[in-house]
Design a protein around this ligand. Structure first.
Ligand code: AMP
Ligand code: ZN
Length: 396
């Protein structure tokens, strides 16, 4: 039996906000299974759990309206600037590679949003890693290894909880209590919907699963002057973003990996290196023949902070996204970003330049699984269609 649908009228949603509002509607209510904005932006089609009473329906509708109001009301269409455009290069495939990847056992889904990758995908990840490491070498970036867990105290210092509460993933453990641990060992099992243990058995949250890579570097530099006044570092790490019903394929994973090159220092140093990163990667992507463009973008702030923060990011061009073409659905997907945080981390974490002023930071970040997914979406599975640089690397 199909789930019930309900169509509700909303204040007109401008087309540039459709994707971002739909993404946030996933977090409105556990009984809301899907929400699609109609093409003219005047209505939303809600897919709901069965057997809701009228009170529950009214509460869900009210929450949906609040999201739309807060995100769309008075929103000004940002001027999206395209910095480079290589979207006219040839593509060799028009299917969703996810189907073939699953059929070949190259990707398997362990649980929602949790994927493991087989040998072909792993080798392609390694190929792209080799290119990103060329970028890191260009700057003489120092290598780092960062933990998968991240400090709750430090994330709070940089206002992460108010900006991105929806996608957090928490790490907990059983409380140090013999009775609690024994009861857990004897009684706990998995049932559909999760473990059957009571919430009181778990500790308070001191750590989370890390949502990004560069934060760890800034945290390690907190409350000190930066000895040399500048630093370039690189690291690859596991990242976690709970994207709810949007967790669908290698496009949106709960647990994915990111390679970053991170710049810390005076404003001009960070901005120049961000620019240099873009130039360098343009050559790398040209060699691969990737079909993409780079444009101004914003981070996925939650509803309350969305309008203010995205307007700020756009006005100051703080984020550029590398958007790769996805031919099978005639759209694009962000495979990486060039970010400038101004002195945000310097101020919040009290990291200073030798002259006492706050440091500026920026990073170049690539999602490894998405990079491979976009590559396969454009070039397919027949190595004869792959660019020589990829073929040769895979043969070695
Ligand atoms: P961001 O810090 O949001 O710019 O993310 C950097 C890169 O990480 C993006 O350009 C994506 O390639 C990748 N990424 C972000 N979120 C996800 C996700 N949920 N699943 C897979 N890759 C992601
Ligand atoms: Zn970063």
């Amino acid at each position: 039996m199909s789930e019930p649908l309900k169509i509700i009228p909303v204040v007109p949603i401008p087309s540039h906000l459709v994707g971002q509002i739909e993404a946030k509607l996933a977090y409105v209510d556990e009984a809301l299974r899907g929400a699609e904005i109609t093409p003219d932006g005047s209505e939303i089609v809600l897919t709901l759990a069965a057997d809701l009473d009228s009170g529950q329906l009214a509460r869900i509708e009210n929450k949906v309206q609040r999201v739309v109001e807060e995100m769309a009301k008075g929103a000004i269409q940002p001027k999206v600037e395209v910095l480079v455009d290589h979207s006219d290069r040839p593509v060799f495939y028009d299917q969703d590679p996810m189907d073939e990847l699953l059929a070949r056992g190259e990707v398997s889904e362990e649980a929602k949003g949790i994927y493991l990758l087989g040998p072909l995908v792993t080798r392609l990840v390694q190929f792209f890693e080799s290119r990103f490491l060329l970028l890191a070498d260009e700057f003489g970036a120092e290598p780092y290894r960062f933990p998968t867990l991240i400090s709750a105290k430090m994330l709070d210092r940089v206002n992460y909880f108010s900006a991105f509460p929806h996608s957090l993933t928490f790490a907990t453990h059983l409380r140090e209590d013999l009775d609690i641990i024994n009861r857990f060992a004897e009684e706990t099992h998995y049932h559909p919907g999760g473990l059957n243990s009571p919430p009181e058995a778990f500790s308070k949250i001191e750590a989370l699963l890390s949502p990004a890579v560069c934060y760890h570097l800034y945290f390690s530099l907190a409350d000190h002057p930066l000895p040399d006044g500048k630093l370039v570092a690189t690291a690859v790490g596991n990242c976690f973003r709970y994207e709810s019903t949007n967790l669908n394929s290698l496009e949106r994973m709960w647990n994915f990996t990111m390679r970053e090159v991170i710049f810390v220092g005076p404003k001009e140093f960070v901005l120049e290196n961000r620019q240099k990163s873009r130039r360098f990667m343009e050559k790398i992507f040209e060699e691969i023949g990737l079909v993409y463009h780079v444009e101004t973008a914003n981070d996925p702030f939650f509803v309350g902070e969305f309008r203010k923060q995205t307007a700020f990011q756009t006005a100051f061009q703080l984020k550029y996204e590398i958007r790769a073409s996805m031919p099978f659905k005639n759209s694009t997907l962000a495979v990486g970003s060039y970010n400038y945080h101004q002195d945000f981390f310097g101020r919040h974490l009290n990291i200073t330049l030798p002259d006492g002023g706050p440091i500026h930071t920026g990073c170049t970040a690539f999602g490894l699984e998405r990079m491979v997914y976009a590559f396969l979406a454009q070039f397919g599975f027949d190595p004869a269609n792959w660019p020589p640089v990829v073929r040769e690397w895979m043969d070695e």
